[in-house]
Write a protein that binds this ligand. Structure first.
Ligand code: PMP
Length: 614
């Protein structure tokens, strides 16, 4: 493993002395100093970064390793014969050796670099799956998989005619192992499962699953995207045939990850992508292929990211994965304790203190508050958490939710950050607690401004003026247009798959006048408020007039000029949303649903030339 070291000599002695296994615990306050980004404020507050399950922050040692590679060793690896190119090759292969040792696989050639875990899983689905899976065969997944460990198997099923079957998840968030045993028939070629769930923090018994799968004659792919960064992982002891990981979640740069492949499969797999580097010999009409891992790595590799990943592995190893795991778990336990005391908060997944959980993250839903609103409001206080379906839609469905909020912890997070998060969440929960008088009557046209008291509710997320946010919150808490519409002629449903918002619009027309309008569904404050505004603004208008308002809203959200004589009414309160691209979709959802619904109606069309407008 000798040769050029582009990793600035890492002061591993200092890191070990400060945080290592011999120390009573990891000192996150000191760790933080190694992460330059953590000293930047966010929204005027100290940054509390609780989204490491999405991507981790990078220590200076990793950032330095990348720039040093470009300053001192950049050339195309495995190509040139001059000294610089050999340096680049050495950097790449040194990184491979470090990752192999970190994952406890025997030989570096068992590690194929990819862009991320997703690409690693796709590599296996093509290079192994296309060769070993056929019509009538089965691939077993679990109901807690990330889409990255579902969609590649769905695509394999389309290519081969195999069937994908799923192990269910219990109410507690554990795999139903009895169901797995029943699914393990001789038809099963592969079991693909997460080591640690990115939503529930469940630690799946992967070694046990591998044993059962092997007994049934199936191979096992472990999606280790959430385990490799947080807990010691021994791919060989697990018995994984394939183990995929992402560098960016383990302090490394974006753009590199990989898959560790059991020795027995290396010569039994086809190439993944075709191109340079993966070949043995190429003629005009056919080619033969290199051995692993080159066979799986077509094209110029990301050597700089490999240098960064090597530095990340060195950094993690210097602190020690046991210490890191214990630290993150202690934060997860603390967070669950604080959150379980909050009214209306429901936590998903097993107890963070127990062996069934990594304790590295908490996922929750709050009565009456949409995850997008929670995450946006926390963001305004400098706290970064993730909201959405976390690329695990089947799991969301299993727990009867469209989306959740997730806070995830790592070696640079502190107890006081967890406390700041829990305290801020308490304020958010209170803000969205519904008043006893629920819906505003749909006939109260228009919805009045300033019906609530923003100061008393606390401050909402950062966009628009206080008054605008208050108007939106008021519409959200007392939405118009909920009353049923008899004899509706148009009914249309709209969804925002990103956050699970759903809306149904029902319209009754009298000639070209909107005589009845109902807007129902669920969503974040912005989409619900926008639906309430749609109901109150459009009822009684003619269709051309309604389409004119719709075009006006779109123009406002695109920052385009509006006609002088167009009065947007309460919709004006949504103007500030255009600064938040993700939420523009929320604001538009009821309106595009209305528009699509009206497309089904004979005359006049939203886009027809008969409608006047800007
Ligand atoms: N699997 C799991 C369990 C994950 O959490 C993630 C990332 N959220 C992935 C796979 C995909 O990782 P990437 O986007 O880096 O490929």
């Amino acid at each position: 493993m000798g040769g050029l070291r582009v990793n600035a000599p890492l002061d591993t002695d200092r890191i070990r002395a400060d945080f290592g296994k011999s120390a009573p615990g990891l000192d996150a306050v000191r760790t933080r100093a190694d992460f330059p980004i953590l000293s930047r404020p966010m929204s005027g507050h100290p940054l509390v970064y609780l989204d490491s399950a999405a991507t981790s922050q990078k220590p200076a040692a990793v950032i330095r390793a990348i720039s040093r590679y470009y300053e001192e060793a950049n050339a195309n690896a495995h190509r040139g014969v001059y000294a610089l190119a050999e340096d680049a090759t050495r950097v790449l292969e040194d990184a491979r050796a470090r990752v192999a040792a970190f994952l406890h696989v025997t030989a570096p050639r068992q590690v194929a670099f990819t862009r991320n875990a997703t690409e690693g899983i796709n590599l296996v689905a093509h290079a192994w799956g296309d060769r070993h899976v056929a019509e009538g065969d089965e691939v077993v997944v679990t109901a807690m998989e990330h889409h990255s460990d579902l969609v590649p198997w769905h695509l394999l099923a389309r290519r081969t005619g195999c069937r994908v079957r799923a192990v269910p998840v219990t109410d507690e968030g554990l795999l139903d192992l009895d169901a797995l045993r029943r699914l393990l028939t001789p038809r099963v070629r592969l079991v693909a499962l997460a080591h640690v769930s990115n939503v529930l923090a469940t630690v799946n018994p992967v070694a046990e699953v591998a044993r059962l799968a092997h007994e049934a004659g199936a191979a096992v792919l472990v999606d280790a995207a959430q385990s490799v960064p947080h807990v010691p992982v021994d791919a060989t002891a697990i018995g994984a045939d394939f183990l995929a990981f992402s560098g960016h979640k383990m302090l490394g740069p974006m753009g590199i990850g990989g898959v560790a492949i059991a020795e027995r499969h290396l010569d039994d797999m086809d190439p993944f992508l075709g191109g340079g580097q993966m070949i043995r010999e190429v003629a005009l009409e056919s080619s033969s292929y290199a051995d692993a891992p080159a066979r799986f790595e077509a094209g110029t590799p990301d050597v700089a990211s490999a240098a960064g990943l090597a530095a990340a592995v060195e950094y993690l190893s210097a602190i020690g994965m046991d210490a890191i795991a214990a630290h993150s778990r202690s934060l997860g336990v603390r967070a669950r304790e604080r959150l379980s005391a909050l009214p209306g908060v429901r936590l998903l997944g097993p107890d963070a203190a127990g062996p069934a959980s990594s304790g590295t993250l908490v996922t929750f839903v709050v009565d009456g508050a949409h995850p997008h609103d929670i995450a946006a409001d926390l963001g305004r206080e400098g706290i970064a958490v993730r909201a959405g379906h976390h690329c695990a839609q089947p799991l969301m469905k299993r727990f009867g939710v469209a989306s959740t909020t997730r806070a995830s912890f790592y070696l640079y997070n502190t107890d006081s950050e967890v406390d700041a998060f829990a305290t801020a969440l308490e304020r958010v929960v209170a803000r969205y607690a519904r008043p006893h008088s629920s819906a505003r009557p749909s006939d109260s046209l228009p919805a009045g401004r300033g019906g609530g008291n923003a100061a008393a509710r606390g401050r909402a997320e950062e966009w628009g003026s206080d008054l605008d946010r208050e108007v939106v919150l008021d519409h959200y808490l007392r939405p118009a247009g909920r009353d049923p519409v008899d004899d509706c002629q148009v009914e249309w449903e709209g969804r925002n798959p990103l956050c699970g918002d759903e809306v149904t619009v029902r319209v009754r027309l009298d000639g070209d006048r909107i005589a009845g309008l109902q807007v129902v569904g669920h969503g974040c404050s912005v989409s619900v408020a926008s639906g309430s505004m749609l109901a109150s603004e459009l009822k009684g208008r003619t269709l051309p007039d309604a389409y004119r308002l719709l075009r006006g809203l779109k123009a406002m959200l695109r920052n385009e000029a509006l006609p002088d004589d167009l009065d947007l009414g309460d919709l004006k309160a949504l103007e500030g949303i255009r600064e938040l691209p993700v939420r523009v979709k929320c604001a538009l959802l009821p309106w595009t649903t209305f528009e699509e619904g009206m497309m089904q109606w004979p005359q006049p069309q939203p886009t027809s030339s008969t409608s006047s407008g800007p």
